[in-house]
Design a protein around this ligand. Structure first.
Ligand SMILES: [Zn+2]
Length: 438
């Protein structure tokens, strides 16, 4: 009996983590003689969803379960969710969905919709009653959307891996004791891992902040690489348990829909190709705003202060540059703004500047005699008719290409530059031994 269990929205900003629920569940299911068909899938959903708690991550566990075990498995899932979800948080609305057999195409489509747009609870409930064996929802039931989406997120296209380690209860909320030098060493030894260190600040990025149970997560291209990496990372506190997840993190799964400016929809991750108009503006807080237009309209784009040197690229753009901007669309009092997550410069405009010529008689510098009055040599006084300002092309300190914020400001879903060309397809035929703690 092929069984897929989707879980979403058990965490809150104050703690908990849906991946931790998955880690507990994997151990319980292993004891119930379930055979796992894949690593647990960790699916990040639309990062602009208004009701997300933290990383907007959902989980699907796919298994071959013993005949007749469904009721016991369901009981175990509900028990673990009920004892670990952060029910006291208004924004935490857990949902669990159970699906038997192959994944229908409609659920894969639903998954893409949930990653790339905003969907309604009724759509999820309609699909659940049509395709799934059962579902359990708590509070406002919204967790069903992510739980169903995770079942449809089969990750047959590009994917990555993350090995997550968890802290013991007494250490949660305390400073994480991770040896930073060991992380830097690991980063240089295992190139199949990514986003370990921020190159601009040299900061270690593998540990979250805050009270959640995650000690660190190491991201990479293969299960072997993240397991090898974790063996090189030295920590000063006990690791309670660990699991390798297969995930859509680092794949740009959210950013794949092209829109014309007039067709943009708030909260949809969107790509717009257009022309840079006017000049950039720097607003309070150090955020850089600029305007991109196409034949249907124009939109403000924002590169926020935490994106660091990414803003410097934006400030070098000039009128007429052709760009492809990508990010989440936000509704403001004055219209829509695209929060820039990715900038591709397709072509650069020629940039000119008016320059006063040298004097043809004495080679001295020339100056303007006033508005509409022509030029005069500062040295010999020559003001012949040949003295006119010339347009000179200014070299551009910028190249066409793809630009991203530094890793410290990237979203979970953002594909890092170092992953370009490493995209892969397919579902693993076998699982690494071990891929989780007992
Ligand atoms: Zn002169």
């Amino acid at each position: 009996m092929q069984l897929h269990v989707g879980i979403d929205d058990t965490d809150s900003p104050e703690g908990g983590c849906t991946t931790y629920v998955a880690a507990l569940l994997v151990e319980r299911l292993a004891k119930m003689r379930c055979r796992f068909l894949d690593y647990p899938n960790l699916l990040r959903l639309n990062p602009n969803a208004p009701w997300k708690t933290r990383g907007n991550g959902s989980i699907c566990i796919r298994m071959e379960a013993p005949q007749g075990a469904e009721a016991d498995i369901k009981k175990a899932v509900i028990e673990i969710v009920e004892s670990h979800a952060e029910f006291q948080c208004d924004n935490t609305n857990p949902g669990v969905v159970f699906h038997l057999g192959e994944i229908p195409k409609e659920l894969e489509t639903f998954h893409n919709e949930v990653v790339q747009t905003i969907v309604h609870l009724e759509d999820a409930e309609r699909l659940i009653s049509r395709y799934c064996s059962s579902a359990v929802a708590w509070k406002n039931r919204r967790g069903l959307i992510g739980a169903l989406a995770s079942i449809g997120g089969t990750l047959r296209g590009d994917h990555t891996y993350e090995l997550l380690t968890y802290r013991t209860a007494p250490n949660r909320g305390m400073k994480r004791l991770i040896d930073e030098d060991s992380v830097k060493r690991m980063d240089s030894l295992i190139p199949e891992t990514f986003n370990n260190i921020d190159p601009e600040t040299n900061k270690v990025l593998i540990a979250p902040r805050g009270p959640d149970p995650v000690l660190y997560g190491v991201r990479g291209e293969t299960p072997e690489s993240v397991l090898a990496a974790s063996r090189l990372i030295e920590v000063g506190e006990p690791i309670e348990r660990w699991v390798i997840f297969r995930t859509n993190q680092g794949t740009d799964a959210h950013l794949s829909r092209q829109y014309r400016v007039s067709e943009l929809i708030p909260r949809h991750p969107s790509i717009v190709t257009g022309i840079f108009e006017g000049r950039h503006r720097i607003i309070e807080g150090g955020h850089v705003i600029f305007t991109v237009g196409d034949d249907s309209g124009r939109i403000d784009c924002a590169a926020y202060e935490p994106s660091g040197s990414f803003r410097d690229i934006v400030t070098k753009l000039t009128e007429g540059d052709v760009v492809k901007v990508a990010g989440g669309v936000r509704e403001t009092d004055v219209g829509l703004t695209l929060n820039l997550e990715r900038l591709e410069i397709l072509s650069l405009a020629h940039k000119f500047r008016l320059v006063s010529p040298r004097c043809p008689i004495c080679d001295g510098p020339t100056e303007s005699m006033g508005r509409g009055q022509g030029l005069r040599c500062k040295k010999c006084g020559n003001k012949g008719p040949g003295l006119i300002k010339k347009l000179v092309e200014v070299p551009r300190d910028l190249r066409p290409g793809l630009y991203l914020p530094p890793p410290r400001a990237e979203r979970h879903l953002t594909k890092p530059l170092e992953r370009l060309g490493r995209e892969k397809q397919g579902v693993p035929a076998t699982l690494l031994v071990p891929w989780h703690s007992d």
